[in-house]
Design a protein around this ligand. Structure first.
Ligand SMILES: Nc1ncnc2c1ncn2[C@@H]1O[C@H](COP(=O)(O)OP(=O)(O)OP(=O)(O)O)[C@@H](O)[C@H]1O
Length: 450
């Protein structure tokens, strides 16, 4: 690393220089505030060690100008007169750490190691962000379709408040994407965004996932664990498929919404969390309230602002979305794909898109891989879209895949699950017939975009 030492005592500078050079780091020295600012102006430093007393000036006043030149610089404040107030002030102004004198070479090395680790993590996050950008099409957060545009506008306005938001829409319409955008537009954007999928776990595990547990609360609870409510502190907690929240958990969530208070499973201590709730559902919650399976008071608490995302078949911008996705997957696969043929476009317009944006994305990714020339044609679309059987509704739609056909197990599995879902009255019944539990069915539906 490149290290800048700012101290008005030459002896200290010399000792620190020796410590760092032994560790293979490159060192520059500055004996005053102007010398330090001039050095930072040349750039290239990773760490600065800054003494608080620099003649008549304060090292704390150096933090801001140094960070203005080098926003990633880790500034460590050193002082012989350490007080808590001084440490707090240094951190508030943006210092990375605080080191009271006298210090040992081991302490200094430990700080450098932490800087290195943090830097490594930041680089890794930046790498992963690049990778995600290359692999996932960017979310469209505006739309020429009037109903979708209204939904995004409402989300932007609701983002500024703290009220609970309920996002409604069919599966795959982008409720999760919208919830994430709402968080990014809110004052909590720097805080965490944490998702809990309500149907993916049993009631007991879901309670522990949400609120945490103490050791011994149940057989597998070998140590205390914080729940997602606590992980989301200062940020947004996204409750996906909230219509599937088990009945015993509903009063607990209601209390949390009303008082922001909760207990870990097996604990008597009451805790508080500063968390904003955004929930999503594709269920008819009013019907669930009428049937007594969803608490009415919880429904109203969740539903302070309600945002509806329209199904894809009702949107007017399908051709634009398809073109943008094609351009994205052409870039990603490195292929020169220019357009859809007229037949392919007509088939896509006819298709009812029961899996909405998720199904559209998967369809176009597949088309971009299969297309032989520069155009995506009818043959590059799945059978259910290219040649739907007469009278096949959304739930009956499916590729014509037979047992024994030359297809992968995945496609067979998808087609089978699709048909069972289309011929049963509830997901519980479908899971029972398939011989898997509802949480596995939930994951498979996501995986296949059903
Ligand atoms: N605004 C958007 N722009 C581009 N693509 C989107 C957008 N919204 C959703 N998608 C695509 O659709 C997929 C499904 O989105 P998301 O998971 O948010 O839907 P959902 O309504 O929450 O689905 P489910 O009800 O099944 O949980 C995303 O992975 C993305 O590929």
């Amino acid at each position: 690393m490149r290290i800048l030492i700012v101290d008005d005592e030459p002896n200290i500078r010399r000792t620190l220089r020796a410590t760092f050079e032994v560790g293979g780091h490159a060192v520059e020295e500055a004996g005053s505030v102007p010398a330090a600012v001039a050095a930072a102006g040349k750039g290239g430093f990773d760490v600065a060690l800054v003494d608080v007393r620099l003649g008549t000036e304060s090292g704390l006043d150096l933090i801001e100008p140094l960070l203005a030149h080098l926003p990633r610089l880790a500034i460590v404040i050193i002082t012989a007169h350490a007080t808590i107030d001084l440490a707090v002030e240094a951190m508030r102004r943006g210092a990375f750490d605080f080191l009271p004198k006298p210090f040992t070479p081991a302490q200094v090395r430990a700080i450098l190691e932490r800087v290195g680790r943090l830097r490594g993590l930041k680089d890794r996050v930046a790498d992963l962000e690049d990778q995600v950008r290359a692999e996932i099409p960017e979310a469209e957060l505006d739309s020429p379709d009037p109903a979708t545009r209204r939904a995004f506008e409402l989300a932007r306005r609701a983002a500024q408040a703290e009220a609970a938001v309920l996002v409604r829409g069919e599966s795959g319409t982008g409720k999760g994407v919208l919830a994430r955008a709402l968080h990014a537009w809110s004052k909590r954007a720097q805080g965490p965004f944490v998702t809990v999928s309500c149907p993916s776990l049993s009631a007991e595990l879901l309670e522990s996932e949400l609120f945490g547990h103490v050791r011994g609360a149940f057989t597998s609870a070998v140590r205390d664990a914080a729940g997602k409510v606590s992980v989301a502190e200062g940020g947004t907690l996204f409750l996906d498929e909230v219509g599937d929240l088990p009945t015993p958990l509903q009063p607990k969530l209601l209390r949390f919404l009303q008082e922001r208070k909760y207990e870990r499973v097996g604990d008597t201590a009451t805790r508080a969390a500063d968390v904003r709730i955004v929930a999503a559902t594709n269920r008819d919650l009013e019907a669930a309230v009428a049937a007594g399976t969803f608490r009415e008071d919880l429904f109203y608490r969740l539903n302070v602002v309600e945002i509806h995302l329209p199904p894809l078949r009702a949107r007017t911008d399908l051709p634009d979305l398809a073109d943008r996705l094609l351009a994205f997957f052409a870039r990603q696969t490195g292929r020169r794909l220019t357009r859809f043929t007229d037949e392919a476009r007509a088939a896509m317009t006819r298709h009812p898109w029961p899996g909405n944006l998720r199904e559209l994305r998967n369809t176009i990714e597949r088309g971009a891989i299969l297309a032989e020339g520069p155009e995506v044609g009818l043959a590059d679309l799945p059978d259910r879209i290219a040649s739907p059987r007469a009278g096949a509704g959304p739930s009956a739609a499916g590729d014509r895949v037979e047992v024994g056909a030359q297809v992968s197990l995945d496609r067979l599995e998808e087609a089978h699950i699709r048909r069972i879902l289309g011929s049963t009255n509830s997901r519980e019944e479908a899971a029972h017939i398939l011989g898997i539990d509802p949480s596995t069915l939930y994951r498979k539906r996501k995986q296949f975009g059903l």
